[in-house]
Design a protein around this ligand. Sequence first.
Ligand code: G1P
Length: 275
Amino acid sequence: MIKKCLFPVAGYGTRFLPATKSMPKEMLPIVNKPLVQYGVEEAIAAGMTTCAMVTGRGKRSIADHFDISFELEHQISGTGKEVYLESIRNVLDKGVFTMVRQREMKGLGHAILTGEALIGSEPFGVVLSDDLCINDGPGVLSQMAELYRQFRCSIVAIQEVPVEEVHKYGVIAGESLKDGIFRVDEMVEKPDAASAPSNLAIIGRYILTPDIFDILRETPPGANGEVQLTDALQTQARQGCVMAYKFSGRRFDCGSVPGFVEATNFVYEHLYSQQ
Ligand code: G1P
C-alpha cells in the first residue's frame, strides 16, 4: 500500500570527520555494506520499492551505488567474486531510485519538504539511515506499514532512552492505546531533561501522510534554527492524529562513533557471513 520511502541523505556527517570530508556519511560501511543500503533493504522488504533520495553536493557516490557499475560487472562476471555483488544486485532488481538535491541545509523538515517532488500526494515512509534497525522478524518499516493499515495516519517509531539522553532526540508524550502504541499529544524536538514530556524518543523511521508537506511549508524554524519535522508532526497531531510505536528490534545510533562501533560488532557477529 505504501510504495515510496524518502531518504534524507544530504547531511554533512561532521561527527565522522575526517572520514566524511569527501565521502557521504551514508556510505560508511557497517562491515561490508554502506549504512544507506541497510535502510534501502528495510524499505524494499516493507514493499516501499521507490526509494526517493534527498541528496546534496558531494553525495554523488550514493547515486552511483544504486546504479549498475558496468566495469565491475564486466570484470567479475563468471568469477567466484560475483557473490559479493549479490546483495546490491538484489536491491537494484527490486528498487527504483529517484533523487532530488537539497540546496541548503535547513533541517530535517526542510529535507522532507524538498522530497515532495518525488513523493507527491501519497503516504510514504522515511528512513534516517544513521539509525540502523535490526530485527529477527519483520523490519521496523514493515511493522509500521502494518500499523498504517489500521490507523491511516502518520506514525513515528519510538524507543525509551535514558533521561540524560533525551536532548538528542524528538520526544513524545501521549495516551497508551495498547502495547507499545501511543496516540501522540505532545512532541518536542531536543528538549532538556527537565522539560522533556517523557523519555520516549523518536527513532529515524516514520510513516507520513502527505498533508505533512503543507504543514511543513508553514512551519517556522525551531530547535537549532532548523525546520523541524517534529514541530510539523506536533501540528499534525493537534489537527488530527499521529501515532507513536515502540517497535520490535534493536536500534544502533550509527551517527555516533560508539553506536557505529557497536553496530559493526553486532553485524559482524550475527549477520555477516564470510563469502
Ligand atoms: C532527527 C530528528 C529527531 C529524532 C532523531 C532520530 O534528529 O530531528 O526528532 O529523534 O533524528 O535519530 P537528528 O539526529 O538529525 O539530530
